[in-house]
Ligand binder design. Structure first.
Ligand code: MG
Length: 254
């Protein structure tokens, strides 16, 4: 397999499963670090801050830093800062999105917004949804951190951000602009910030419809690992496949 400069790892299903580390992945990440390569972590999870995700990775023995972590909340904030730098922004979301918007010095408001950005909010209320609906109907640009309709937990699949975004889309007849994987914004943000070329980058993940398609849409190599949501068998049914298939990351010799 080719050697890359930017190894971009999905998190859940790739580096850990819920609260359990995937040991082959942790070992591979540490091997990269020891050989002088700082891997990137690319997640659609907009609820957590880089500091919270870093604490989790550190607890598994991975040595990295906040600057190596790219969430859909950070990418959404960078996108808004670039496209609408002076916008009044109404948000629905948790600390991950709030902190990312604040770190871009965006102007957060409760009404008369130019941009409405939506991430998962486990304290969602009818009032917040009603306010979002009014803002979008009054012309606010509608941006969603990610389109994941459900996510896996111990009790089964539960509603993800995409399900709430779909509710606002239904109530406004406006389609959201999505930032997270399979859109290429997270990978693009890493490329731009660090000056990589696409040939130097690889996306590694367990989920075909988010990770692998994000890499394909962006135009970089992809590695599917058979440790999470989409089985290798399912991925092989797709017309556009990943560059490489691995059972787990212990198979990748560097
Ligand atoms: Mg995953």
């Amino acid at each position: 397999m080719k050697r890359y400069k930017a190894y971009c790892f999905d998190l859940d299903g790739t580096v850990y499963r819920g609260d359990e580390p995937i040991l082959e992945a942790v070992e591979f990440v540490n091997k990269l670090t020891r050989s002088g390569i700082n891997p990137f972590f690319v997640t659609n999870n907009a609820s957590k801050t880089p500091a919270q995700l870093l604490a989790k990775l550190t607890s598994y023995g991975i040595k990295t830093s906040e600057s190596q972590i790219m969430t859909s909340a950070i990418a959404a904030s960078l996108f808004i800062k670039e496209q609408h730098p002076d916008a009044r922004v109404y948000m629905i979301g948790e600390a991950g999105l709030h902190d990312a918007l604040v770190s871009q010095e965006l102007n957060l408001v409760e009404k008369d917004a130019d941009v409405f950005v939506m991430g998962i909010d486990r304290d969602i209320t009818y009032e917040k949804l009603a306010r979002a609906c009014v803002e979008v109907r009054n012309g606010a640009k509608f941006i969603a951190t990610n389109s994941d309709k459900v996510f896996p937990t111990e009790r089964g699949l539960i509603p993800g951000n995409g399900s709430f975004v779909a509710l606002i889309e239904a109530a406004t007849d406006v389609k959201a602009l999505y930032i997270g994987k399979p859109q290429p914004h997270l990978l693009e943000a890493i490329m731009v910030k660090h000056g990589f070329t696409k040939e130097e980058m690889v996306m590694i993940g367990d989920n075909y419809t988010t990770d692998i398609l994000a890499g394909i849409n962006f135009g970089i190599d992809t590695v599917h690992v058979n440790t999470g949501v989409t089985s290798a068998e399912q991925v092989k049914q797709e017309s556009a496949g990943p560059t490489y298939y691995l059972e787990d990351l212990s198979q990748w010799k560097i």
